[in-house]
Design a protein around this ligand. Sequence first.
Ligand code: CO8
Length: 375
Amino acid sequence: MHRVALTGSGVFTPEAVITNDELVTAFNAYADLYNTEHADAIAAGKVEAKEHSSSEFILKASGIEQRHVMDKSGVLDPKVMHPLLRQRSDDEPSIMTEMAMDAAQKALAKAGREPGDVDAVIVAASNMERAYPAIAVEVQDQLGISGFGFDMNVACSSATFGIQAASDMIRSGSVRSVLMVNPEICSGHLEWRDRDCHFIFGDVCTAVLLERLDEDEGRPHFDIRSTRCLTQFSNNIRNNNGYLRRSRPDGVADRRDMQFMQEGRKVFKEVLPIVSSHILGHLEEEATSPDALKRLWLHQANKSMNDFIGRKVLGRTPAPDEQPNILQNYANTSSAGSIIAFSQYSDDLSDGDLGLICSFGAGYSVGSVLVRKVN
Ligand code: CO8
């Protein structure tokens, strides 16, 4: 079996930013419009009036202060309330590929590698903009990588499951290196007209390069010590959109479940114990004490959730630099969140330091990756 190293990471951050205040202003204007348009039905008790959102609630409930998006004009237009992306011809790169190229090139540069050094591309994300050809094959083509590529989707855990898939291929010897990329255009999937969730997501793309670790390897890297993945079925985070849509009787209707749906409270309550025991179980199997961890790079959905997991895993309140959050700037970016945290907060670790990347979300799914810094 070969050893595996994570040698580079990169983040593409869209330029456009929406603050909580901007978001709430647009939502409240939309709610007022809606209530005016449906005044009779609301008065007759047939339709529920839309209540206003509030920046104070958003910050308190989630810890989110702003989010980056691929387009803010449509999202902030009370008559639109979704991103507006330009039509692309089939002869130009798709938008997910464009995001992937930026993050991938940064990861390759950080690793000191060229596309020619890569054997395979995995695009792992919560949504793919088309059914086929795979986005990964387009990324492979745009970068000039030989070998193969494939897409995979495990919602918020796509990146950690992608790292496990790539690591296992490298360990077994079928490839020497894998570029694993996570273009997340969550704005396309979010229901911006629902105050319960309109603040949750943002857009971003992350990439990591995983390589076979040769004995004479001198470059700084993160040794992938081990990976663990877990899934457990739940309907509490669900989206019913899909290729069978037009075949259903109400397939073209603007149905709520065609966008992101969740029972936030239930997710909060049910996922926390699953994640804490998953991490503790992973560490126990590796005969590693939680005290030995220098850093936890957690999924970035909710600050209170992360605080809780940190306390459960370490048995005390983690210091801010032990468990860095980026969700205040990016919101929940699905699978990319823990990789942004890793990418932004890992250079300072010293030789031999241990850390753990962990994602969790729809499925339910949990993925953890135990790494050791080697300088
Ligand atoms: N402004 C003001 N008030 C509000 C707002 C708002 N925007 N929204 C809700 N309220 C009200 C509610 O109506 C409720 O009022 P009342 O008490 O009168 O009923 C009150 O505020 C409290 O509401 P909640 O109970 O909903 O509030 P919570 O404290 O539970 O916070 C959260 C809501 C932040 C959503 C929280 O429950 C949470 O973070 N839960 C965990 C969610 C989570 O981690 N989900 C993971 C999803 S991500 C994932 O898995 C990826 C999916 C696939 C990717 C999709 C890409 C887009």
